[in-house]
Design a protein around this ligand. Structure first.
Ligand code: PGA
Length: 251
């Protein structure tokens, strides 16, 4: 059975002290969440090693929001996959739509990042999803297929097995406009079908596909009830521990 995962993407929010308290509250609240659900907090880079130490011995895992597309060297301001690994980080978000939009991430550079993250035994949370105009033009399946094929399909089977996918329609991120549970299910099943076509259905059935985009306590249960929705990548609502825990308790 594939893993159920609820991951909180804090984005560029919280001071170190605020982040530390938030992580503490999540750890405290984690006892209210079914043991079968993996809980991941994804703070800014500056907070990672402190929060890794705090979370040690708890069930909460820690992730980063990005990593560099090069292993090391003269890339001022970048953080490598091996640095994250050395800090005790276990997950890394790759290809979030904000990074694609503001930092020119491409399907090709994400393929490089995926390989480096996997080499370091990090679990990538690979994000894909269409913009509003693309959905309105009926191109959403083609856009997601291109993202998945160009970034993932160069990976070997043993590598893809380690990847978590997050479907995040860009029009639903931070807008309060959630995809309906049926829209999410339709795209998740499509993505699983792409994986099955390339790697076989056993592998496709083992990959967790998370939904992201204005997921909150009031809509999580309906989304998570869908057969191909294996959890959520939560932005805004992950900044309030009680909301994050309520979402994780919605399976
Ligand atoms: P949101 O963000 O929950 O605030 O819409 C989700 C995400 O960007 O991962």
């Amino acid at each position: 059975m594939r893993k159920k995962i609820v991951a909180g993407n804090w984005k560029m929010n919280t001071s170190l002290a605020e982040g530390f308290s938030l992580a503490k509250e999540v750890i405290a609240g984690s006892s209210r969440v079914d043991q079968g659900v993996e809980l991941v907090v994804i703070p800014p880079f500056t907070h990672l090693s402190e929060i890794v130490k705090l979370a040690r011995g708890s069930r909460v895992r820690v992730g980063a929001q990005n990593c560099a597309q090069w292993p090391k060297g003269a890339y001022t301001g970048e953080v490598s996959a091996s640095m994250l690994q050395s800090a005790g980080v276990e997950y890394v978000i790759l290809g979030h739509s904000e990074r694609r939009e503001y930092f020119n991430e491409t399907n090709r550079s994400l393929f490089e990042k995926l390989q480096l993250a996997l080499q370091e035994n990090l679990t990538p949370i690979f994000c894909c999803g269409e913009k509003l105009g693309e959905r309105e033009a009926g191109q959403h399946f083609a856009v997601v297929e291109k993202q998945v094929a160009e970034s993932l399909f160069g990976l070997e089977t043993r590598q893809v097995q380690q990847v978590v996918i997050a479907y995040e329609p860009v029009w639903a991120i931070g807008t309060g406009k959630t995809a309906t549970a049926d829209q999410a299910q339709e795209m998740h099943a499509f993505i699983r079908g792409l994986l099955a076509g390339k790697y076989g259905s056993t592998l496709a059935d083992s990959i967790s596909i998370l939904y992201g985009g204005s997921c909150k306590p009031s809509n999580a249960a309906e989304l998570f009830a869908k057969p191909d929705v294996d959890g959520g990548l939560i932005g805004g609502a992950s900044l309030v521990a009680a909301d994050f825990i309520a979402i994780a308790g919605s399976f």
